[in-house]
Design a protein. Structure first.
Length: 203
């Protein structure tokens, strides 16, 4: 059986020639079951790392391309984004690998996104215009909400990844308050303080 990639969406996004070359390299690696040498910086790493991967699938999601691969460094499957800021080198190697016959893509991607791990349930109070906005759309996974009064919406939902939750919460500014989990509340407070300190340095 030949594996050439699995596409979640199929729009015509513009990508650089460099990234297009990386995608073609990864597609060839999947087809020929060959290892790839990658220089990559993940969201949680401060520096780039060089390591080898076994590419399994290419995905196109929300205008960006990703590769699901087995990392010989992490000893597990990881999702790598084709991004000029993250991916600095992608080289096809002569070394071959045996594709795991039990690999199931559904086990390595999330329900509404690509992040399978770090599922986080968040309870919030959302206020004023942001409350109306949030009530009109489905945020996260399995949202449950209730109006406490004309201006306050109690909202519980599941985000696939802490960073997704933080990005959404910060986008609402002072019109949202995190109730649970307390660890996320503390993270939001820390980021708000760091943002304030950043602007104070510019004054």
């Amino acid at each position: 059986e030949t594996h050439t990639g699995f596409y979640l969406t199929n729009d015509n996004s513009l990508i650089s020639d460099v990234l297009q070359g990386y995608i073609e390299t990864m597609a060839q690696a999947i087809k020929e079951q060959r290892c790839v040498a990658l220089v990559y910086r993940s969201m949680k790493d401060e520096t780039q790392k060089r390591f080898r991967i076994h590419p399994y699938e290419i995905l196109h999601y929300k205008g960006a391309y990703y590769c699901i691969a087995y990392s010989l460094l992490a000893k597990d499957y990881r999702t790598y984004k084709f991004s000029q800021e993250r991916m600095k080198h992608c080289e096809l190697l002569d070394q071959h690998f045996n594709r795991d016959a039990n690999f199931d893509l559904k086990q390595h991607i999330g329900t509404v996104g690509l992040i399978k791990h770090e599922i986080i349930e968040v309870e919030m109070e959302i206020y004023h215009q942001a409350a109306v906005f949030s009530a009109e759309r489905s945020i996260g996974l399995h949202p449950i909400f209730q109006w406490l009064d004309d201006h306050t919406l109690h909202y519980k939902t599941i985000f696939e990844g802490k960073q997704e939750a933080i990005s959404f919460i910060l986008s609402l500014g002072n019109m949202v308050k995190v109730i649970q989990p307390l660890s996320l509340q503390e993270e939001i407070v820390k980021q708000a303080k760091d943002m304030l300190e950043l602007y104070r340095k510019k004054e």
